[in-house]
Design a protein around this ligand. Structure first.
Ligand SMILES: [Zn+2]
Length: 276
C-alpha cells in the first residue's frame, strides 16, 4: 500500500528538478526522459480511455502518452504523472507487476486509487514546483489574470494551474469547477475561509449567473453570493468555459483582507478608558 505524504511528494519532485537543473518554470519533460534514459513515445489513435502508461521490460522503462486529445498541457500532465509512478517509492514494484501500468483518462479514472492520486500530485509538483510557483504568482493581479499567466509560464492547463494557485495563494480566493450545471469541485484559500463557508459543494446545482462563454466573463459581486458570510464584501467573479471539456472554471477573489475588517470592527467598539 502506498502512503507517500503530500510534503514528501513535493520534496521528491523538487529534488528531481534540482538534480537535473530544471530551474525555469516550464520543465522539458522529454529532456528529463533523456537524462534518466526513459524513452517517451506517443500514438495519436482515437481515444481508448488511456491518458498514459509506464512500461517496463527488464531494466528499461518507457513512457507512453496519448495524443488523441490535442492539448499539450494535458499531454504534459499525463507524462509527468507517469514519471510519478517511476520515481515515487512503492510505485514501480506495486503497479508494474505485469510489466505495464495504464493510467485511465477522465471519467474512467478511479479517483480514489492512492497510486493515481499520488502520481497526479507528483505531476502537479514536477510541473509547478511550490517555490518557483510562489516566486511567480504574486507578479500578477489575483484571480484569472494570475492563473492564465502562470498556465502560460509553466505550460500547464488552466484547470491544473487554477487548482495549484488556490492551494498555494495567500490571497482570499476560491475556485469552482462545474460541468453540465453541477459543481464538480470547490477549492478555497485559508484566507478566504476566514469569512465563512462556501454555499456550494460538490454536486450542488451550479448557479447559472453567467452566460456560459468561452471568453472570460468578469463581474463585480458580493462575496455573500457564494459564501455564507455576514460581511458585505465586494468581490470579483471571473468565469471561463473550456470548450473541449464543457467545463466551467469560476474564480472569486476579493481585495478585502479578513484581519483588516476584524480590526476595524474592534476599533469601533473600543472606547478609551476614562479616569475620573
Ligand atoms: Zn497512473
Amino acid at each position: 500500500m502506498s502512503n507517500n505524504s503530500k510534503q514528501f511528494i513535493e520534496k521528491e519532485a523538487f529534488q528531481i528538478r534540482q538534480a537535473y537543473d530544471f530551474t525555469n518554470p516550464e520543465i522539458d519533460l522529454f529532456k528529463l526522459g533523456q537524462e534518466i534514459g526513459i524513452d517517451i513515445q506517443t500514438q495519436s489513435q482515437q481515444s481508448h480511455g488511456i491518458s498514459g502508461a509506464l512500461i517496463r521490460s527488464g531494466n528499461d522503462f518507457m513512457i507512453y502518452y496519448s495524443s488523441s486529445v490535442n492539448n499539450i498541457p494535458y499531454q504534459r500532465f499525463s507524462i509527468a504523472h507517469e514519471f510519478g509512478h517511476y520515481f515515487l517509492p512503492e510505485h514501480p514494484e506495486n503497479i508494474l507487476k505485469n510489466g505495464a501500468h495504464f493510467s485511465s483518462a477522465g471519467a474512467k479514472r478511479n479517483a480514489k486509487d492512492p497510486y493515481e492520486k499520488e502520481a497526479d500530485y507528483f505531476s502537479t509538483c514536477l510541473l509547478m514546483p511550490k517555490s518557483i510557483f510562489e516566486n511567480e504568482m504574486y507578479k500578477f493581479n489575483d484571480g484569472m489574470e494570475a492563473i492564465k499567466a502562470l498556465a502560460n509560464l509553466f505550460n500547464t492547463s488552466l484547470t491544473a494551474t487554477a487548482i495549484r494557485y488556490i492551494e498555494l495563494s495567500d490571497s482570499p480566493a476560491m475556485l469552482i469547477i462545474s460541468s453540465n450545471g453541477l459543481v464538480d469541485a470547490v477549492f478555497s484559500t485559508r484566507e478566504l475561509r476566514k469569512f465563512g463557508d462556501c454555499r456550494y459543494t460538490k454536486n450542488s446545482t451550479f448557479p447559472q449567473k453567467n452566460i456560459i462563454s468561452t471568453e472570460l466573463s468578469k463581474k463585480e459581486i458580493y462575496l455573500s453570493d457564494w459564501f455564507n458570510t455576514n460581511y458585505n464584501i465586494k468581490a470579483l467573479e471571473e468565469s471561463i468555459t473550456l470548450g473541449s471539456y464543457e467545463k466551467t472554471l469560476t474564480v472569486i477573489t476579493t481585495s478585502t483582507i479578513y484581519d483588516e475588517i476584524e480590526e476595524e470592527t474592534n476599533d469601533e467598539i473600543w472606547e478609551p478608558p476614562s479616569f475620573k
